[in-house]
Design a protein around this ligand. Structure first.
Ligand code: HAM
Length: 488
C-alpha cells in the first residue's frame, strides 16, 4: 500500500483534520511561558529528520554495501578466493590499524598517499597510528616480524579487506575502499611477476571483464640514479609548465612528477626521458623475460614508459590493469602492482625479493555492473563457498623441468583451473627433486611432470606418488586424465 493512499484514507475517515498540536496534549507542560505570537510553523519533524539523517550518514567517501549489490560483492570475493587458491596463494589478515611510521618508511615521503591521504592520528596514549592505506607494507612487516623466511619460499599470500585514503571522493575514488591483494615473497624469478599478472588478468576475465595490462620497468635504484639526474634536468627546463605540487616534487621526489594527472604536467611528462632507456642489461633481460611469459600466456599488454605507480617501494616490473574500451581517467585502473625487492630489508628483514598486486573492488564492481546487470546477476548466483577448492584438499602437483617447460606449465595451470582442476605448483623452483619433495609435503596423490622432452612431444608425465608408476598423457587430454584419476 502506498503512503499516498494512507493519507487519502485518513482524510476520508476524519470529519475534521486533527490539529497537529493534538499530539502535544499528553506531553509534559513546558516550564517557559508561551510566547504570545506563535512563530511560523516550523517543520519540527523535518528538522528532527534532518538531524537524524545527519547522525546516520556515512562518513564522506565511505559507503554501505547492501543487498542486492552485496550478492555481487560476495561473488567477487568468492572468485578471488577461487583463483588465489588455484594459484597456491594462502589467506592472510593483518590489522586495519598500523603504526604510521610503517607506511612512511615503506610508501615514502613525497608520495600522495603519505603526504596527503593517510588517516593518521594519535591514540589515547599518544601512539602515532593510522588506518592502513594499503596492504603491502603490512604484509612485509608481518613477514619480517613472524620470521616467515623460515617457511618454504616463496610465501604466497592473499587477502581482501578495507583500506583508507583521505582523498577527494569522486567516481571510483573512495575514502574507504576494498582490495583483493596477492603477494609472493621470497622469490626473484621473472616468472613470479608473470604469474601475478596472470592471476590479476584472469581474475578480471573470470568476472567478465576484458582488460589490458600496462607495464613498465623501474629497474634497480642504481639504474634509476642516472635517470633521475636526467629527468630532473629535463623538468627544470619545463618548470614553468609544472603545477605547484610538481615543483615541490621536483625537489623531494622527481619520479612522482610522472604520476601527476594535471593536464599541463601530463603534456610535459609525455616528452620526458623514459626510464627503460636507462635500464642496465640485467634489468632489461629481466623485463624482457616477463614480457615473453605474457606473450606465451596471450595476455595483452602495452608498454607504458611513464607508468611509475604512486608508491616508492617498487623495483623492476610495475603494472596496472585497465578495462578495454573505457576512457582512461586517474580513477580507472582496476588494479596494479609490481616487484618490491628492497622493502623487506628496508623494514629490518633479510634481503628478500617480492612482488604483488592489488585490485580495487569498488572499481571492479562498477565495471561489472556497467557491462551487464544480467551478467552480474548470473555471476552472483554461481558457486557456493562450500564448492571452493580448499587448501586442505591438495590433489595434484604440477612440476616442471627447464625454462620452456616452466612457460608451458604456467599456461597449462590456467587451462586446468578453467576446467575446474586446482593444481599445486611452485614455478620458482627449478630442481625436480625439490618439486617432488614439495608434492609429498602437500600430500599430492599425483604429480604432473613436464620436462624438455614432454614440451617437444606435447605430452605430460603423470606420476602416482604412492606407487611411483608413471603414464604419458597428451597435453590436450591431461584434464580428462586427472578427472579419471580422481574419480577412480
Ligand atoms: P594502488 O595502485 O595504490 O596499489 O591500489 C591498487 C588499486 O586499488 C587501484 O588500482 C584501484 O583500483 C584501487 N584503489 C586505490 N585507491 C582507491 C580509492 N581511493 N578508491 C577506490 N579504489 C582505490 C597498492 O595499493 C599496492 N599495495 C598494490 C601492490 C600489492 N603492489 C605490490 N603488492
Amino acid at each position: 500500500m502506498s503512503s499516498k493512499k494512507v493519507v487519502k484514507n485518513n482524510k476520508a475517515t476524519m470529519s475534521k483534520p486533527q490539529p497537529k498540536v493534538a499530539a502535544v496534549k499528553t506531553a509534559p507542560k513546558p516550564f517557559v511561558k508561551k510566547p504570545t505570537t506563535v512563530p511560523a510553523a516550523k517543520p519540527v519533524s523535518e528538522d528532527a529528520g534532518k538531524k537524524v539523517a545527519n547522525q546516520l550518514a556515512t562518513v564522506r567517501g565511505m559507503k554501505d554495501i547492501l543487498p542486492p549489490e552485496g550478492d555481487g560483492w560476495l561473488h567477487m570475493w568468492r572468485t578471488a578466493a577461487d583463483i588465489a587458491t588455484a594459484y597456491d596463494f594462502h589467506y592472510f589478515e593483518t590489522p586495519t590499524v598500523e603504526q604510521t611510521s610503517l607506511f612512511v618508511r615503506s610508501i615514502g615521503r613525497g608520495t600522495d598517499v603519505v603526504d596527503k591521504e593517510m588517516y593518521a592520528f594519535e591514540d589515547r596514549d599518544g601512539g602515532k597510528i593510522c588506518l592502513r592505506p594499503e596492504m603491502t607494507a603490512s604484509v612485509a612487516r608481518a613477514y619480517v616480524m613472524h620470521g616467515l623466511h623460515t617457511q618454504s619460499q616463496p610465501v604466497k599470500m592473499w587477502s581482501i579487506g578495507p583500506l583508507f585514503r583521505y582523498d577527494r571522493p569522486q567516481a571510483g575514488r573512495y575514502r574507504e575502499f576494498h582490495q583483493f591483494d596477492c603477494e609472493t615473497i621470497g622469490e626473484s624469478a621473472p616468472v613470479i611477476d608473470a604469474e601475478l599478472i596472470a592471476v590479476a588478468y584472469n581474475y578480471l576475465r573470470d568476472l567478465g571483464l576484458s582488460t589490458t595490462v600496462r607495464i613498465n620497468s623501474l629497474g634497480t635504484p642504481d639504474d634509476r640514479q642516472n635517470y633521475l639526474v636526467e629527468l630532473t634536468g629535463f623538468f627544470r627546463t619545463k618548470r614553468g609548465y609544472l603545477c605547484e605540487d610538481c615543483k615541490k616534487r621536483l625537489l623531494k621526489n622527481p619520479l612522482r612528477v610522472l604520476d601527476c594527472k594535471n593536464e599541463s604536467c601530463a603534456t610535459v611528462v609525455a616528452e620526458a626521458p623514459q626510464i627503460v632507456d636507462w635500464l642496465s642489461e640485467p634489468s632489461k633481460a629481466f623485463f624482457m623475460s616477463v614480457l615473453e611469459y605474457l606473450d606465451e600466456l596471450g595476455i595483452p599488454y602495452v608498454l607504458t614508459p611513464n607508468l611509475v605507480r604512486g608508491l616508492d617501494y617498487y623495483t623492476h616490473t610495475v603494472f596496472e590493469l585497465y578495462e578495454d574500451s573505457v576512457n582512461e581517467t586517474a580513477q580507472s585502473a582496476l588494479g596494479g602492482g609490481g616487484r618490491y625487492d628492497l622493502l623487506i630489508e628496508q623494514l629490518g628483514g633479510q634481503s628478500t625479493p617480492a612482488a604483488g598486486f592489488a585490485m580495487g573492488m569498488e572499481r571492479i564492481a562498477a565495471a561489472v555492473e556497467r557491462i551487464a546487470a544480467a551478467k552480474a546477476a548470473a555471476l552472483a548466483s554461481g558457486t557456493t563457498i562450500a564448492d571452493l577448492p580448499g587448501p586442505s584438499k591438495p590433489v595434484v602437483f604440477f612440476a616442471h623441468l627447464g625454462e620452456q617447460a616452466r612457460r608451458r606449465v604456467l599456461k597449462l595451470i590456467e587451462e586446468l583451473r578453467q576446467g575446474g582442476i586446482v593444481v599445486r605448483h611452485n614455478l620458482a623452483k627449478s630442481s625436480l627433486k625439490v618439486q617432488l619433495e614439495l608434492a609429498n609435503k602437500y600430500n599430492a596423490t599425483h604429480t604432473l611432470i613436464l620436462g624438455q622432452k614432454e614440451v617437444q612431444d606435447g605430452t605430460v608425465l603423470i606420476r602416482n606418488m604412492e606407487s611411483g608408476i608413471q603414464e604419458i598423457v597428451d597435453q590436450k587430454k591431461v584434464r580428462q586424465a586427472i578427472v579419471k584419476i580422481l574419480e577412480s
